[in-house]
Design a protein around this ligand. Structure first.
Ligand SMILES: [Zn+2]
Length: 679
């Protein structure tokens, strides 16, 4: 192995010097646009084909949590035992955890970056996590190998820790070797503030809905790419979490209904016999079954008889990277079977949301079954949708959606939030650094899902629409997709770079640069390769190239890494002077971004032709002459007659410049719906 490592170093060194001998092509030149994209050197963890390699590893975090909700003080108090398994080849002397409720006060970094008022703001809250215990349980003696001296058993002890904003470092009393496991015991509490960033409290219909997320101290990701990923939670950038098993017991007032990630383990204790029977009936059928009806709210018979003021709901969940929950006294609750009863979709909402939310469970079923067929089966036994203060946010097996006024808007947000099951709940990328691998991939999926439910309706904002992208590109303020969410200068840049532009890029790649027949199996393969793992952008790019059989360096570079623009132009058409009639179409790539060219031609006999030119024509120079053999002559030309490509200047897309009778006029694009609050 040492020899291999030395050889590898030599090869890298040789390669580097060979590369540095040739001067880099000038930016903006055809050569620069098409040169091979520099990606990290493949290795046994992440291969050159984009697969997890034979030595792929990731850490595991299993949680046992006991928590209670105090509705008088509006606070959560919990204890947890984390079993952290070190699958890395490294010995760890400390570990990092997230304590994200520390965002919500005026001392936080997020407060200074985003202020109080915006969607991710603190809303004037002055709350933070109070750590009541940070320690480890008693540990037995360990003998590393036969004959080696045993390390002595240690009693339960507190551990030294240091909080740094929304992350904290815990120092271990003895190093955690490869394959070793470390148990941590923490106790904490926090009050709910006025904030409603991805969670929060809402009073409606005379009672209160609690949506609880980012609520327990949890492991940061340690990976082969960066070691500990300790980016602060500033508000806008989302999450990067380890997979594991959750065993969570939630103690709440006995008249509350709880919705949560996972499978309820004690239905006999927290549900009535009628509710348990209705749940079984719902799973077996395709019609929505009411589990607790509007007319049953406040009826003591809709809760199991108990002499205690509280009840404990016990949930478990496997292969998840997070756990969220919600509780209210006045939830209407209904359910239906999904995928033949493999999954139960459920909705929880206050009574006044009834007129729109009575269809929410069927909305979930529609979206989940479509994505299951199109991309990969929905993997979990439950899918719950909760109506509360949060506009739209995803967690494993549970989403929070606010819309209670409009059926189209509710479908749109439900479709989007459940779409996140595939990205990032299954395919667990680093959202804080690469939001597009989560929001963009999901918005791409939504691009095709929404019209199946509402054919002919305009697509919701940011689901892969050329018009708003073009507007952003022409604003001069566009930011590259690769910029992290927390560094986006404006909301519109965030919406474009994380949602709309990556979605539009995948629509172009699927429907126009390749084809659905070629693209779909490869996108499925990306999900298969990286489900419950941690892919990077390079792993995605390589997987797509590997399966499509294309070097897409030009596409990844221009679309994802830069703010280059597409501007194709037709300058003129002339007849050749050689023997026989040949029409010469003079084309120009006036922008920096290469793309294939679609042409509609009107011939002198009134007939029309379509011509598709491959992107490689722009690899030589930024002009190209398309030759159309006679005897018919080309009378007029339109580039991209169907408005498929996001060309920022269409005024140079026709020759002659004025529209010609018989040449198709580009169809008017429907205006997008106004911006929603989907995340
Ligand atoms: Zn989203």
């Amino acid at each position: 192995m040492r020899f291999c490592a030395a050889l590898l170093l030599l090869l890298i060194a040789t390669g580097a010097s060979a590369q540095s001998a040739a001067p880099a092509p000038a930016s903006g030149s055809p050569e620069a646009a098409f040169r091979r994209l520099d990606l990290p050197t493949p290795n046994a963890v992440r291969t050159g084909s984009g697969e997890p390699g034979p030595r792929y590893w990731q850490q595991r975090a299993d949680y046992v949590i006991r928590a209670s909700l105090d509705t008088t003080t509006r606070s959560v108090r919990g204890e947890e035992r984390i079993t952290y398994t070190n699958n890395s080849p490294d010995t760890l002397r400390y570990v990092w955890l997230h304590v994200e409720q520390n965002l919500f006060n005026s001392e936080s970094r997020g407060y200074r970056v985003f202020g109080q008022d915006p969607r991710f703001g603190t809303k004037g809250a002055e709350v933070s996590v109070r750590l009541l215990k940070v320690g480890q349980p008693a540990m037995p003696a360990v003998r590393a190998r036969a004959g080696a001296p045993a390390r002595p058993a240690t009693p339960a002890s507190p551990l030294h820790y240091a909080v740094n904003g929304t992350v904290m470092r815990i120092d271990l009393t003895r190093p955690l070797p490869p394959k070793g496991a470390q148990q941590l015991e923490l106790a904490w509490s926090f009050p709910f503030g006025a904030n409603n960033s991805r969670m929060g409290v809402e009073t409606i219909d005379g009672s209160t809905i609690y949506e609880v997320a980012q609520w327990y101290p949890r492991m940061a990701v340690y990976d082969d790419v960066r070691g500990w990923n300790t980016e602060q939670y500033l508000g806008q950038g989302e999450f990067y979490l380890e997979y594991g098993r959750f065993d969570v017991s939630l103690t709440v007032p006995s008249d509350m209904i709880v919705a949560a990630t996972g499978t309820l383990q004690n239905p006999d204790e927290v549900l009535t016999a009628a509710q348990r029977a209705r749940l079984a009936r719902a799973r077996a059928g395709d019609q929505t079954v009411v589990i607790r009806g509007k007319d049953e709210i406040g009826d003591p018979a809709s809760r199991p008889p108990t002499p205690y003021p509280t009840l404990t709901w016990h949930f478990t969940a496997d292969s998840v990277r997070d756990f969220a929950w919600a509780a209210a006294r006045h939830f209407v609750w209904d359910a239906v079977g999904v995928n033949g009863g493999k999954t139960l979709a459920m909705s929880f909402y206050p009574p006044s949301a009834d007129s729109v939310w009575k269809d929410a469970t069927q909305d979930a079923k529609t979206a989940l079954e479509y994505y299951s067929t199109q991309w990969a089966p929905y993997p979990y036994p439950y899918a719950s949708n909760v109506n509360g203060i949060e506009g739209g946010m995803e967690y494993p097996m549970i989403v929070f959606c606010h819309n209670r006024t409009d059926a189209v808007g509710l479908y749109s947000v439900t479709d989007h939030e459940f779409g996140h099951t595939w990205f990032p709940m299954m395919v667990g990328s680093n959202e804080r650094l690469y939001g597009w691998m989560d929001e963009g991939f999901n918005s791409f999926m939504n691009h095709y899902s929404f019209p199946r439910k509402f054919p002919g309706q305009p697509l919701p904002t940011a689901r892969g629409l050329p018009e708003t992208y073009i507007k952003n590109a022409l604003s001069g303020d566009e930011e590259a997709i690769m910029n992290p969410a927390d560094r986006m200068r404006t909301n519109e840049n965030w919406r474009q770079a994380l949602y709309n532009k990556p979605a539009l890029g995948l629509v172009l790649l699927r429907d126009h640069i390749t084809s659905p027949e070629r693209f779909d199996p490869v996108f499925r393969e990306y999900i298969r390769r990286w489900a419950y793992k941690h892919p990077t952008p390079a792993d995605f790019f390589r997987t797509m190239e590997d399966g499509l059989g294309e070097d897409l360096s030009w596409f990844w570079r221009s679309w994802f890494y830069t703010t280059d623009r597409l501007d194709q132009a037709v300058d003129s058409v002339a007849l050749s002077d050689s023997a026989g009639v040949v029409s010469r179409i003079y084309l120009r790539n006036a922008g920096q971004m290469p793309m294939p060219v679609e042409l509609a031609l009107l011939m002198d006999d009134g007939s029309t032709q379509r011509l598709r030119l491959p992107v490689e024509i722009w690899g030589l120079r930024d002009t190209y002459v398309a030759m159309i053999p006679g005897p018919r002559k080309v009378n007029s030309v339109v580039i991209d007659p169907d408005n498929w490509y996001p060309d920022v200047d269409r005024s140079n897309n026709r020759w002659p410049a004025a529209p010609t009778a018989g040449v198709p006029t580009p169809p008017a694009q429907p205006a997008p719906q106004p911006a929603g609050t989907t995340r």
